[in-house]
Design a protein around this ligand. Sequence first.
Ligand SMILES: Nc1ncnc2c1ncn2[C@@H]1O[C@H](COP(=O)(O)OP(=O)(O)OP(=O)(O)O)[C@@H](O)[C@H]1O
Length: 280
Amino acid sequence: MKTPLAVQGLCKNYPAFQLRDVSFSLVPGTITGFIGRNGAGKTTTINSMLSFVRPDAGEISFFGLDYPEHDREIKERIGFVSAGMTYYTRKKLKAITAVTRTFYPGWDDTAYRKWMSVFGLDEEKTPAELSNGMKIKYALALALSHGAELLILDEPTSGLDPVSREELVEVFLKLKDEGKTVFFSTHITSDLEKCADRILFLQQGELKADDTLEGFRDAWRIAECGTDIPPAMQEAACGRCRIRDGYTVLIRKDNAAAFETREATLEEIMIHLEKEAEEA
Ligand SMILES: Nc1ncnc2c1ncn2[C@@H]1O[C@H](COP(=O)(O)OP(=O)(O)OP(=O)(O)O)[C@@H](O)[C@H]1O
């Protein structure tokens, strides 16, 4: 099966920010979490790869087809959902759907009914009457009704309460069960611990990790120590964070044998690496 998305050497220059040579590809039927702190460049990457902004360099292909050359065919096979999506707030969902379906020759009404029912959405409502989580679900229902095989979501869980986030994570797992590929950006790492197969970690416009969730986590260990970090540990540290009684220190697993350590969570890895980058 062709890779749903391959990004090669993507660059975008803004006056105060550069996206530098980002390359990755997605594995079909998996969930990939695209993580990085605010301003790391996640949205810039997504906008550049979807040609919402013009990239300065890079090659993008979806399902082995170059983009944007094969724009029309590709758009029928992907769905894009952003937390900031806006709809005509006072139109009923059924009116919005009626317009949307005209853009897609492959529109499948049975699939639409199914996903509206799975997500508990009422067509008689207007977007103004939907919560943020419901709006994301409606956007997903539209994407899935035109047969999207790849779902690209920009920060779908931010701004949602923990229960709504949990529901969305369950939706992603359901989509994966159906063979869809899911790519979503977030800075809420706990959501990824529950559902992601792969992690892409972006830091200051550079892709710092592209690995399985287990591989990414397993490369690191955490040491907990008092306020005096021993010199050997200082040497091995890749970032340290203050905690109540001292510090937590992130150490590459390869360098951690000499210390008492434990497994690291995704959040700990991200925070420690960001601290290190800030201090560098
Ligand atoms: N149109 C633009 N013009 C100039 N700079 C921009 C533009 N869009 C984004 N940037 C800058 O690019 C940087 C990366 O922003 P981006 O929105 O891609 O980050 P992000 O990782 O998605 O962050 P967040 O999690 O806050 O959404 C920021 O410093 C931002 O100010």
